[in-house]
Structures are given as structure tokens and as C-alpha cells.
Design a protein around this ligand. Structure first.
Ligand code: DUC
Ligand code: ZN
Ligand code: ZN
Length: 468
């Protein structure tokens, strides 16, 4: 009789293709058999009445990125990946952010130094291109693409990151030649600067006005421009963190014309609104919710749900970008109380992404279990070249598995989270359905609120090309 390392018995296994009652056998970190299994194993895990899902893949997280003078992100690689594991994830894709004038290779090496030995879950880097010099476009980017860095992000706003239209087109052309995928932060720089100045001149300085400085029209214009540029070069791109109906309408416009555009949305666009940025009485509490694009209104939340339900969105990521609230190196950095424009942009979310979509989507019967898995694991794996090693429960895939209790009720509370931030924007949200165990390549790393291994078992993963 065969002898496996682990057999999961009697669970309901969910893949993008269906739900099946079956056992799963694991050896050497890989899934070996799926079905009715009569064999021996070192560990038999009875998962009756529980769901067995492929480990979550959060394809959009920011970890330990420089974020302005005297500002520090709340998570390093240790705390962010620990938090990811507690939230049912087995892989995260953070960014290696190039600073202006910096060699891209040197930038990547620096991020490897930060990550090395500090990973609780598997990890792979997207690149952020802020300085598309001839050296970067001609040599570094092609060489890095061939080394498995097969996706990069470009920004259409922010003083230190913005690329002009010609630069965007040049980056897109390298992506075409190297078959890599470009993620686009679509918000128009000049319009934001214009609106910010107007608001400041009118004395409108509280965190709430962050939202008014970058309304949906700014996102819609940039989304259309990015799509047009992608069409000129003839490449697919990913419009990330889509916040509402206006940008979504441009994605639908493109898809209706057969233009290949991928899109991503995030928990903040189904759970938060612009009113959260008002805080208690237009006060600094609102800074807890400042992120870009900003949360919109209830109609936009509905539009985002429609896109999640009808298949317009390809992936659902957290855009985890954590800062501490009570911290002069975080949300309360010098100047932040004098104008919204100095409040660091971003909120924590890697640990709460999966419970939020499960509870709001699956438990409330808006999306199926299969669609949940597709949005949070299978499509991120396919889009960013990790499939079939990751993103599904298949013979031969890594045994990255999350065990869910679909009936477990919980409230999101800062005191129970493992991230480095000192707050969660989702405090008090009622959740039905919770990830109770996380297994990375056949190792149980998290079980019922406890970390089982405190060794860092996560590995850096070199990626293939987009296969969606
Ligand atoms: N863009 C992101 O993707 N994350 C946080 C802030 C931002 O502008
Ligand atoms: Zn962005
Ligand atoms: Zn982001």
C-alpha cells in the first residue's frame, strides 16, 4: 500500500471548475492523488464539513516600499507574509519598486535581501518602473523578464512615479517584445494636481478631500488612455484597483471591441465608501481610509459587484499597503494634518481579503465558490505565470491548501490580526466563513489562530508568462 505524507479526508474540494467530495493525498509537498483514497499516511486530516480550497494568491501587495521622506510602511516581509498566511494565503506578489535613477537589477537585489529568510508564504516580485531610461528599457527589463520577473507596474500619477504617455508606450513596447504583462495605475496626474490645488486654495484640507481630488472621472480618463496606448502597441494590460463604474465602463468598452484588457478590484471598493474618509466629524480619523483610487459610493460598490458577478473582473487582490495610524512615520506623518495630500496612500488588507470576499460574496449568495476560487487563486496564478504549480488543486501542483469553515462567524478586529498596522479599516465587519488552516507545500503553517511553524518556509518563486 502506498504511503503518503498527508491525506485530507472527506472534505469538499473547490476548484475553478467545480466542487467535489473527495480525499487528497500529498507527498513531498505536491498533490499526488485526488479521489477516494485508501492508503496510509503519516498524517490523516479529517476535514469533514469543511472546504478544501487552493491557497489564496494575493497578486497585489506592497511590502517595505519606500513611501516618501520619513514614512515607513507598517509591514516588513516577515509580518506581511505572516499576516498573509493567517488570512488563508499561500502566495503573495509584492513589488520591487525602482527609484528614479536606480538600476532595476540593483533594485530587485535589494528587495531579495529584504525578503530572504523572512517569508512565511511563497513570494514573487512584480517590478515598478519609475525611470524607463534607455538602459532600463534596452537591457535591464528584457534581461529581468527572461529571469522570471514577468510583470511590471507603471503609474500615471504621483510625482516620483508618473510616466508620461511616450514613456508608457515605450514600456508597453518592451512588454510586447518580452511577452510580459503590464499593470497600470490609472489616475491622471495633471487633473489630480489641478484639483488638489483648487481644494487647498479653498481651505479644504481634511482627509475627506483626498477623494474629491481624484474623482472617478480622473480614473476613467486615465483608464481609457491606458487602454488606447495598449491598443496602439497591441498588448494586453491589467488595470489594477478599479474603484467604480466609470473606469469599469472603459474596461467593458474595450472588451466589447475585442481588446484584451484584464482588470482587478479590491475589498475597499465593495466595503468602504467616501464617507469613511470623513472620519468622526471631518477629522483625521478619515486618514485610516485614504487610499488611491479612493473608495467611492454605494452605486459604485454595486457596479463593482456586477463586474465580479458577470466575469468582467479577472482577479480580486488586497492592494495591501499598510501604514500605522498613530505614528509620525505613518498616516500621521508631518504635514498630514495640514493637507490630505501628505497622508500616505494605502490601507492594510492582505489578511482580510479572502474572508471579506467569501462572506460578502459566497455567504451572501452573490458569487459561487468556484468564482471565489477563480478570482482569488486560479486567475492570479494564470495571469502572473504561476499556473499550474499554484492556483488549483490538481495532481502535480504544489500542496498549497486552505481549509475553510464556511459557517464560522467572526468579526474583523484589529486585536486578532497579525499585520504590522495598528488598525484595520474593516474593524467590526461581521464575517461568515473563515480560513482555519493554511498549508504551504504540504506544511501546516497556520491552524485556528496559531502559527504552527515559526520557521520561514516561504520561497521566492520565479515566474513564467501570462496564460490567461
Ligand atoms: N497604488 C497602489 O497600488 N497601492 C497603494 C497606493 C497606490 O497609489
Ligand atoms: Zn496603484
Ligand atoms: Zn497597490
Amino acid at each position: 500500500m502506498k504511503n503518503f505524507d498527508i491525506i485530507f479526508k472527506n472534505g469538499k474540494t473547490v476548484t475553478e471548475n467545480g466542487v467535489e467530495e473527495c480525499d487528497i493525498a500529498i507527498a513531498d509537498g505536491k498533490i499526488c492523488e485526488i479521489g477516494k483514497i485508501n492508503a496510509e499516511a503519516t498524517v490523516i486530516e479529517d476535514v469533514s464539513n469543511l472546504l478544501v480550497l487552493p491557497g489564496g494568491i494575493d497578486a497585489h501587495v506592497h511590502i517595505d516600499q519606500p513611501s516618501g521622506p520619513d514614512v515607513e510602511m507598517a509591514d516588513n516581509f516577515q509580518s506581511a507574509t505572516k499576516s498573509a498566511a493567517a488570512g488563508g494565503n499561500t502566495t503573495v506578489l509584492p513589488f520591487a519598486m525602482q527609484e528614479k535613477g536606480q538600476s532595476l537589477r540593483e533594485c530587485v537585489e535589494n528587495y531579495h535581501k529584504k525578503a530572504n529568510g523572512n517569508l512565511f508564504v511563497d513570494t514573487s516580485f512584480h517590478l515598478i518602473i519609475s525611470d524607463p531610461s534607455p538602459q532600463v528599457l534596452g537591457q535591464e527589463l528584457p534581461a529581468l523578464a527572461r529571469d522570471g520577473y514577468t510583470s511590471f507596474k507603471v503609474f500615471m500619477t504621483y510625482d516620483d512615479l508618473v510616466l508620461n504617455d511616450e514613456e508608457l508606450l515605450k514600456v508597453f513596447e518592451v512588454a510586447k517584445n518580452e511577452k510580459t504583462l503590464v499593470m497600470v495605475h490609472a489616475e491622471g496626474y495633471d487633473a489630480i494636481r489641478f484639483l488638489t490645488k483648487k481644494l487647498e486654495d479653498e481651505g479644504k484640507l481634511a482627509p475627506y478631500y483626498h477623494g474629491l481630488s481624484r474623482p472617478q472621472i480622473v480614473e476613467r480618463e486615465a483608464t481609457h488612455r491606458a487602454i488606447s496606448h495598449a491598443q496602439i502597441v497591441d498588448i494586453p494590460i491589467v488595470i489594477v484597483h478599479v474603484s467604480g463604474e466609470e473606469a469599469l465602463s472603459q474596461i467593458k468598452w474595450a472588451k466589447d471591441r475585442g481588446i484584451k484588457i484584464f482588470s482587478e478590484t479590491c475589498p475597499q471598493y465593495i466595503c468602504l465608501t467616501e464617507d469613511d474618509m470623513k472620519g468622526l466629524n471631518m477629522d483625521f480619523e478619515g486618514a485610516k481610509y485614504v487610499c488611491s483610487p479612493p473608495p467611492r459610493d454605494l452605486e459604485s460598490q454595486q457596479a463593482i459587484w456586477d463586474g465580479l458577478i458577470d466575469g468582467t473582473f479577472d482577479i480580486f487582490s488586497s492592494d495591501h499597503c499598510p501604514f500605522r495610524f498613530k505614528d509620525s512615520k505613518g498616516k500621521d506623518r508631518p504635514g498630514a494634518r495640514t493637507s490630505f495630500k501628505w497622508v500616505p496612500n494605502g490601507i492594510p488588507g492582505v489578511e482580510t481579503r479572502l474572508p471579506i470576499l467569501f462572506s460578502e460574496g459566497v455567504s451572501k449568495n452573490k458569487i459561487s465558490l468556484e468564482r471565489f476560487v477563480e478570482l482569488t487563486s486560479t486567475n492570479p496564478a494564470k495571469m502572473y505565470g504561476l499556473y499550474p504549480q499554484k492556483g488549483s488543486i490538481k495532481v502535480g501542483s504544489d500542496a498549497d491548501i486552505t481549509i475553510w469553515d464556511p459557517n464560522k462567524r467572526n468579526k474583523i478586529q484589529q486585536t486578532n490580526l497579525s499585520h504590522g498596522s495598528d488598525y484595520t479599516p474593516y474593524e467590526g465587519l461581521d464575517i461568515t466563513g473563515w480560513p482555519i488552516q493554511t498549508w504551504l507545500r504540504g506544511n501546516k503553517i497556520y491552524d485556528q489562530n496559531k502559527f504552527i511553524v515559526n520557521k520561514n518556509l516561504g520561497k521566492y518563486i520565479s515566474r513564467d508568462f501570462c496564460m490567461l
